[in-house]
Structures are given as C-alpha cells and as structure tokens.
Design a protein around this ligand. Sequence first.
Ligand SMILES: [Zn+2]
Length: 377
Amino acid sequence: MQLRLFTCEVLYSGMGIPRSPGAIVLSDELVVATGSPEELQQMYPQAVFAGHHKVIGPQVANAHTHLDLSTMPFMEKPYTAWIQEVIRFSRSGQRNLDAALQGLSEIAPKLGDIVTEESVMEFLLQQEGLQGVAYWEVIGLNPEHADKIFQDTTARLRKWRKMERPNGMKVGLSPHTPHTVSGKLMKLLAQFAQAEGFPMQIHVAEHPAELEFHTTGTGPLAESIEGFSGLKTREILGHDNGPTVVEHLDLLGVLQARPTLIHVVNVTESDIQRIAAAGCPVITCPRSNHALECGTFQWPVFARYGVEIGIGTDSKASGQTLNVLDEIRFAQELYGEEVPLRSLVRAAVKGNYRILGLQVPFLRRGEPVQNVHFWEF
Ligand SMILES: [Zn+2]
C-alpha cells in the first residue's frame, strides 16, 4: 500500500487549533495521520511526498448567502443605493427558483441560505445532498401588521418543518433587519423561534446608516423608510431613538434567543460584549461589506471576547462569487497579520458548521479520504 504525504501552510483537522505548517499522510482510502511535516516525515519515511497546499481541511461551508439573488449583477455601491437595486430586481420577478438553482450550482453543499420564495424553500428542503439551514425571510415595518405577519410566518414554518429530511436542510427564520422588522414583530418572532427551536439569522448593523436610524432617527435610511412607509423610526422600533442596533435587540430580549447576527460591522465594543455575553454567533461577509461601503468587521475584537465567528459570501450581487475560499483570500488581504489564516480557516469550518447545526467532519486516523479537502486560493 502506497502512503502519500501532503504538506500545507495550514492544516485543520476539525478539532482544536489549526496547525501551521501542517501535514497529512493518506492511504488510498483512509487518513493515516495528521501532524507537522517533520513529525510525519520521521514517522512515515516510506510515504511519497505528494504536494504542498495552502490549506488542508474538511469541506468548507457557506454560512450566509442569498441564492435567489444569483442572477442579479454584482454591483459596488453604498448599501442604501444597493438595496434599491435589490427591490427593483425583486419586483421584476427575477428573485426566483431559477436564480436559486443557478446559485446552487456554484456553492458548497453545506449552506445557510436566506429564502424569500416558497418554491425555493420547498426545493431546498427536498433536495438530497444539501445540508444546513434555509432561513425564511420576514419583513414587516408596521407594528400594526405584526400580529398578522406573525401568524402567517408561524403557520409556514410549522408546515415546512414537516418537510425536512433526516439528513437534509432544516427550516430557519430570518427577521430581515431591526430597521425593516418592527420591534413588536421582532420580539414575537424571536420568542417563537426560541420556543420551537428554529435557528435564526438577522442582518445587524451592516451599514453606518443603520446605526443612525436607531440612535438619532436621521440619515439616508431613516429618510427613505419614512418616505415610503410614512413611519417614524421610533414607531418602527417601538421606543425612542438612542439605543444602538445591538442594544435595541437586547432590549427586546431577542439576543436571549441566540440568533446568528450577520455583518455586525457598525457596533461598539460594548455591543460586542453584549453579543458575547448572550452567546450569539456572528457571520462576517468581508467582500460584501467592502462592495457596499459598510466598513470593516472588527474581527480581532470579536475574537478577543470569544464570540463564535463564521464566514459567508452574502449574495453574488454584493459578494461577487459564492466561494468561501474567495472570501478567505480577500479577508487575508484586508486583515493581514491582524487575523491569521488559521483563524479564517477555523471560521469557515467550525464556525460555519456550528452556526448551521452541522457536525464537523474530522480529519483523523481512520477517517475516509473523501473528508480531506485541498483548498487552493
Ligand atoms: Zn445577507
């Protein structure tokens, strides 16, 4: 039996801290050993050197995307202008199953997808080979509509839960953002999700205009939302302006439901402490944040407070591709020494798998070689 030795810049076995540099010895069918290159060269002198790779690890997962925007062109413009493009795209009827199927053909089969069409939800739940969570997106600015939307949402989620397959995608819930979902509805949804065990993702403090919307009730987002809805920011929030986006969610008791918070770029250190204390994981989408002029996710601060970090591409319309390895390459350029490649790799595997409620496949002696993935970027 011929053994092969591979070396790499980072080796992640799915357990503990990723090793740098790393190595792995494989037989034709199984993982024989993982360790440092020197260790494994000494232990397996008969193994043939078979190549050096950037990263060797389990298959990556993509914790946050919007498959139904996969046919919308990639655009770099400020968040508030980009959202208008999304609204136009949605109204044109193109945010549909065809767009989602296009996205599915380009993405790793372990994913967290934000779903806006019933046909997409039903397709994802029935599709063999996919794992992760399909989060049903809910929008509802007007607190007067909260009860009706809530009833409708709970009925849908309960119906879809019955369609889940044993090893397939699970149904989740995504109250879109704290500025597009009234405080009243947000609270109802979070209580429901917590009580019935539906995983949640919420877009939080993506762009500086959101923080302004919450704290002062002014700025481009507040103006545009007031313009089309006739609602003041405090009517949507259910309290006076002042609290940050994260403080607002905490006031409503939403953080207690431990939703996954997406983006969390425009947050203070005390917000990050609140997120850590509540035990909420977060997902960063560095390329999307860059394209929409949102600012930079404070990775080192979140890491210092021990927050579980995952990494997603967001949609192709703001992240350009659905490949998490592209995201990691961009994050390396963005953070340099501040965030080591080891941390990015761990986020793309353990962070993402945990957020999606999946078991991380281990690379250890006796595991099948199919679990071993060579990441090139
Ligand atoms: Zn998103």
